[in-house]
Write a protein that binds this ligand. Structure first.
Ligand code: AMP
Length: 222
């Protein structure tokens, strides 16, 4: 049986994190924990918290660290992540979040943080054409739509454009990424946890690159 893994995926919006995290989650048989997906589910359910989160998300702003940390703490306490591990997608996004993550996971440190790198012009084109399943979060695009209408191939959910994939929100999200999240690559490098992976090309090729760096790291840790 394939051993679990404790992974973090960094990368700008549109780098392909969602697509690759779903593949990694199947390959290593670990839960894919996307803070964006968790928040979008709360928005859909129109909980009190969801309504508050919606305002931050539509503008392209980050939610306060304490709110996100509450969500992550609760999720990482469940049995599945304790036994097999996890893939964190969209978290951490600030040095404060990363510091707390290291504290929470101190008993068994994360294996690897991957920075999935794609040039800005490619990211902008991908975000403009991106479409996502409102139920399972699967990614599609205007070039690669679902097989039938705008209905998800895997769960039959509606496939739509994200409310925060507008020009203004995209610009703000990318600027916040550069300011708050990009410094995490140096931060994790200092802790000898970072691997940089080229996110350009066919999704199968990108997955192969990811499996290779992750397996290499796990060999070293054995
Ligand atoms: P994503 O799907 O990862 O791009 O996240 C969508 C939106 O959810 C972000 O633009 C933020 O508003 C919010 N969000 C997701 N993860 C975080 C996080 N770790 N910290 C703060 N806000 C977050």
């Amino acid at each position: 049986m394939i051993p679990g893994a404790r992974l973090v995926m960094l990368g700008r919006q549109g780098a392909g994190k969602g697509t690759q995290c779903i593949r990694l989650s199947h390959h290593y048989v670990v839960p894919h924990i996307s803070t964006g997906d968790i928040l979008r589910a709360a928005v859909r359910e129109q909980t009190e918290f969801g309504l508050k989160a919606k305002a931050f998300m539509q503008e392209g702003n980050l939610l306060p660290d304490d709110v996100i940390l509450g969500i992550i703490n609760e999720r990482l306490e469940r049995d599945d992540t304790r036994t097999r591990g996890f893939i964190l997608d969209g978290f951490p996004r600030t040095v404060g979040q990363a510091t707390t993550l290291m504290e929470i996971t101190a008993p068994r440190c994360i294996d690897l943080v991957v920075d999935l790198v794609v040039p800005t012009e490619v990211v902008l084109a991908r975000l403009a054409g991106r479409r996502v399943c409102t139920d399972c979060g699967a990614n599609y695009s205007v070039e690669r739509p679902p097989k039938f209408g705008w209905v998800c191939d895997s769960c039959r959910g509606d496939v739509v454009q994200r409310a925060d994939d507008t020009t203004e929100a995209i610009e703000r999200r990318l600027a916040i990424y550069e300011r708050e999240t990009a410094p995490l690559t140096a931060w994790f490098t200092e802790r000898d946890l970072l691997a940089t992976v080229d996110g350009l090309g066919d999704p199968d090729e990108v997955s192969a690159r990811l499996f290779s760096v992750i397996d290499q790291r796990r060999e070293q840790h054995r």
